[in-house]
Write a protein that binds this ligand. Structure first.
Ligand code: PEP
Ligand code: MN
Length: 360
């Protein structure tokens, strides 16, 4: 996937992250147009709305379907915004293309299914489609499956291709609706440096108050854009009500975000990294010094026929060091992990002394 083209629309400010916003679902003509107008008034240039909704259980609102595409056309005509919607089948792709939707995204339940992905890719190819396609990560944390889904779209001739990170499902109650597992999109960035990655804080967080911090985290990690759910009357939304914000709140959130300059000089960073290298070397020296002392203790214990681990001493060391570490701003959990690892290595070295395998 080396010859990808930019997904940034013409005239879009080059130094700003790409922002896509709009309701989870298109519900009524009035809701779509009112939300779109308010978003456009707040400077949003790309409007999202789900026309076909994949619901976990039957009986929920499954989207308005094709009539909603007419409302999307109206959004385009009256506000000048580009439009984006989710497609999951051949029929969705054909209808969305015929309605002039600019950006198609593929949902997390669909990108987990290679048959569905291939059907979508084949339909795009048959239609010689020249749209932007954004592929959400599959619901399960499987980077290869995500990449495979994007490769199918790429092989269908789509070059305006991007990824959306929307988090991964888990069982049970958690802070996030879908776990961010940031290392997965970061690994994707390392493997495909040209592939734009957009973050979906609404589906990761699942609640309004998590949107702002997640947006900032995503920008700090170098994501290229954000897709955020916004509704003119969020509490009354027919799907995902708890994670939608009004266009006004969205504007407030976007204005608080700090956009880092990736082209900034890295000189200061180089100096800081040199300091880290030096501190790491010092740490290694100190650790090796500590192990030397442990071996001397091992020798002493051997000569006095004492056992290697002495529980009182161990508890004492843990308690005092954890407390000290906390006073110095490190978490108790981190301190315990590190002390346990050091202790394990000390014990190993003392046992080797007992067995005469290491010369003191
Ligand atoms: C959505 O964007 O509204 C949606 C259904 O997303 P996901 O596929 O990430 O659940
Ligand atoms: Mn949603």
């Amino acid at each position: 996937m080396e010859d990808l083209q930019s997904i940034i629309p013409e005239g879009y400010p080059a130094d700003r992250p790409l922002i896509i916003a709009g309701p989870c679902s298109a519900e009524t003509e009035e809701q779509v147009l009112c939300t779109a107008r308010e978003l456009a008034d707040n400077g949003i240039r790309i409007f999202r709305a789900g026309i076909w909704k994949p619901r976990t259980k039957p009986g929920g609102f499954e989207g308005v379907g094709a009539p909603g595409l007419e409302w999307m056309k109206e959004v385009k005509e009256t506000t000048g915004m580009l439009t984006a919607t989710e497609v999951a089948t051949k029929q969705h792709v054909e209808e969305a293309l015929a309605a002039g939707i600019d950006i198609l995204w593929i949902g997390a339940r669909t990108s987990a299914n290679p048959f569905a992905m291939q059907e979508i890719a084949d339909t795009l190819k048959e239609n010689n489609a020249d749209v932007t396609v954004l592929v959400k990560n599959p619901v399960n944390p499987d980077l290869e499956l995500w990449i495979g889904a994007m490769q199918r779209i790429y092989n269908a001739g789509i070059r305006k291709l991007g990824a959306i990170h929307r988090g991964f499902s888990t069982y049970g109650k958690h802070l996030y609706r879908n776990m961010p597992n940031w290392h997965i999109p970061i690994e994707l960035r390392l493997r495909f440096p040209n592939l734009p990655i957009i973050c979906d804080p609404s589906h990761i967080g699942g609640k309004r108050e998590l949107i702002a911090p997640l947006c900032q985290e995503a920008l700090d990690m170098g994501f290229n854009g954000l897709i955020i759910e916004s509704h003119c009357d969020p509490d009354k939304a027919w799907s995902d009500a708890s994670q939608q914000v009004t266009p006004e709140i969205l504007n407030f959130i976007l204005n608080t975000l700090v956009v880092r300059d990736s082209k900034q000089s890295t000189e200061n960073l180089t100096l800081l990294r040199q300091q880290i290298d030096k501190v790491d070397n010092d740490l290694l020296e100190i650790l090796s010094h500590r192990m030397r002392i442990s071996r001397e203790i091992g020798q002493y214990k051997k000569e006095h026929r004492m056992s290697v681990v002495q529980a009182n001493r161990y508890n004492d060391v843990m308690r005092t060091r954890v407390k000290l570490g906390e006073e110095m701003g490190m978490s108790a959990e981190f301190m315990k992990t590190i002390l346990l690892a050091i202790h394990d290595e000390s014990v190993r070295q003392q046992i080797e002394v007992l067995n005469d395998r290491i010369k003191k």
